[in-house]
Design a protein around this ligand. Sequence first.
Ligand code: NAP
Ligand code: HSE
Length: 430
Amino acid sequence: MSDVVHIGMLGCGTVGQGVVRILQETAGTIERATGHRLEITKVLVRDLQADRPGVDPALLTADPEEILGDDSIDILIEVMGGVDPTHEWLVRALGHGTSVVTANKQLLARHGPELLAAAEEGGAELRFEASVCAAIPVIKVLRESLLAAEIESVTGIVNGTTNYILSEMRRTGMSYADALTQAQEIGYAEADPTDDVGGADAAAKMAILASIAFHTRVLIDDVPYSGIDDLMSDDVDIAHELGFVMKLLGVARLVDGAVSVRVHPALVPGNHPLAAVAGADNAVLLESSMVRQIMLSGPGAGGTETASAVVSDALSILGSRPGSFLAGALVDAGRPIAPEGSLESAFYLRLEVADQPGVLARVSSVLGDSGVSILTVLQRGEGEGARLVMILHRSPEAQVREATRRLAAMPEVRAEPVVITVVGSGEASS
Ligand code: NAP
Ligand code: HSE
């Protein structure tokens, strides 16, 4: 493959525009890391006049032949959706040896085996990470890392739109209809959201996951499903009162050696790891006696998030070539190493001090002189002395260490101060 990799695209909507933007913004990084320059050759759309910010109108075409008939295209990215004519077009491209990246779960859950066979015959690759759980690399993990892990069950929140609707109804008291409208506006929902709320989107994704996890051909027709379109908001509230969270779950498991896959609303105990997955996030819990439990979670829908998985798949295709950049040495992007102590954080500080008047004021003034401010203070008498515990506002670590050295030198401080980083509070991460 030459240094320039020609990309053809089918579709330029929510996900497609994300792909164009990521390829533009990361062109330098990609070229440095892989030795390849990814160039979009043509992009198929229906309406040439529609508003597509950041997309060069000269790239657009409404004629599929300009892409399908172009032998110079190395990788075809399909982000157009639908089963027809997409199915026929992808079989044609793969048969000609053009590798394909697709985000199209409905197509894969119906014609996946046939598409993979066409890829094999044509000597091409078919990659589809973005078809399930958007940015979460669950397919790669199942296909590669856990290939021989004898997975026994896959339980997942695999539809972002419904998780968003259920979360927002509970969080804000919003109506089902308003939450769905918001999910559509943000770009989580399918062009026709019936598949999202009715469960067909999750069923397609679970068919794909079950096929890979259990090394078995599972198609969407093998997956009974129901959605959240019949649920009452009262059910969501009552579930909460009982200590449960309502989720649309995909459940795939081995039952007496047979594969069972279903999608349905379910009550999840409030302390279950899946209960905390909110908004359009997805999560997949993989279980096997070998690895016990592995949960992958993250953004499950959205243009940029999905596009990032699409671009990663295109790079994986380049990386799978013999002698590719993935087999090579580490890439040096020329970034400097951050000096020790430059990281900002909030801190916990414990001091054992003499119980004398004015000690707290002197400690505060040492911290203040070092530019470190106090968020909370706790003081407790401990025999002859006192224990001072403080949470310090976010500041550079070096500043806090310097203040601590000065505190340690105070005659009233009786033991080496203890400093521990606080992670994950708003203070530490804002
Ligand atoms: P979208 O916003 O509706 O975009 C679809 C694009 O494809 C549009 O540019 C449309 O052209 C074009 N298109 C559709 N049918 C066409 C046809 N017959 N001929 C030529 N062009 C056609 O959809 P999307 O949200 O980006 O989703 C694309 C795919 O990604 C779907 O398979 C979806 O299931 C999948 N996906 C989406 C998400 C998400 O969060 N949105 C996440 C994961 C996977 P016009 O612009 O002219 O209408
Ligand atoms: N409509 C899908 C969802 C997009 O809401 O999960 C991601 O596949």
